[in-house]
Ligand binder design. Sequence first.
Ligand code: ADP
Ligand code: ASP
Ligand code: MG
Length: 429
Amino acid sequence: MALIVHKYGGTSMGSTERIRNVAKRVAKWARAGHQMVVVPSAMSGETNRLLGLAKEVSPAKQTPEMLRELDMIACTGEQVSVGLLSLALQAEGMQAVSYNGWQVPVKTDSAYTKARIESIDDAKVRADLAAGKVVVITGFQGVDEGGNVTTLGRGGSDTSAVAIAAAMKADECLIFTDVDGVYTTDPRIVPEARRLHTISFEEMLEMASLGSKVLQIRSVEFAGKYRVPLRVLSSFTPWDISVEEEAKSGTLITFEEDEKMEQAVVSGIAFSRDEAKVTVTGVPDKPGVASLILGAVADANIEVDVIIQNVSQNGKTDFSFTVNRNDYQRTLDLLRTQVQPATGASDVVGDPKICKVSIVGIGMRSHVGVASKMFRSLSEEGINIQMISTSEIKTSVVIAEKYMELAVRALHKAFDLDASIPAIDEAKA
Ligand code: ADP
Ligand code: ASP
Ligand code: MG
């Protein structure tokens, strides 16, 4: 008997019929003798709908006080899901009980709309499992020290599931979604994308952090920190395929690098439209200026990504960086009201219509010329690179948003990722 956590995303929970299907799949695993904890998302579109209602009521700029209320609203989608799934399980003849995050409790900090999980008390869940129940816990939700409801950021149900699996030392966490695994890039953008049988934890971390929404980045961080066996697989296969077959399907996140030694130089392409670029021009080129600019941004809890400082001319330089597009206006306002007067910068300008495209692969470590091949292939498409950022296992470029799909397709081909090319991991499988 194993303890297994299943997570079902919004599309998988998208209708009462699909919820009944999820219940059948979970019941199949329970009947095979496993203890089951299930973490569903809100039904597809529901979180957007709820946040849309909030916007209708309060279209003005977001204030910190509003964030608590947004969480109050957004978390309800998952409450409906757990109730429905628990009912569907009972209709399948299972004993099942549902909990909101605060009832477990899943304790978080108070960073509303992007809270971090701090601890999970699994006593109640364990007692239910011991009593033979399937336990259904809301994804996305938590509760802070003051008893306020929090949410974990968009896509946060992945993180709830992995964190619960980590806290309970589950044998495996299965992320059921609307694609049958992790692909070389988003198969909705590049139909030739190929499913990977395995992906290393480090690569998955990069892919997620660089925009591949198949897993929320924090879920991958948790999996790495607590070594949670993690698999991404389809919820759209027939529910009655055998547990053995299902347990081997999809993409396994691996922690051993050896298996991947022969892997292609580049394993995947990630991209993100959620980016915006800001530039502070004519700042004095002297110690402390970068920290003054970025310090002000960090104090406002705005995450900065790619940073570039130009070579100075006449003691002045331009300083550019990217932020999440949601934070774009707030960043511009802050730079204009606080940073510009404090540094004597000549101007603050920005561009919200940019995107970031990245190649990822642990194979890059031992290969030179990967970045230059990337730049060449973009230049052949006439795509101008605005910013570059590299690490050992990834190279990212910031380009105009209108070229995003073209760039992803060109790179997918240039690095031999198309499905027509036999992959090493498939050949070995
Ligand atoms: P869920 O609602 O199940 O959490 P998401 O929409 O959050 O599902 O994530 C699944 C989606 O991630 C897929 O439908 C796919 O479009 C997208 N995606 C982006 N990059 C990849 C990738 N490399 N491999 C697979 N899917 C990807
Ligand atoms: N329902 C939340 C969202 O739409 C969490 C999730 O689906 O993972 O972002
Ligand atoms: Mg998701």
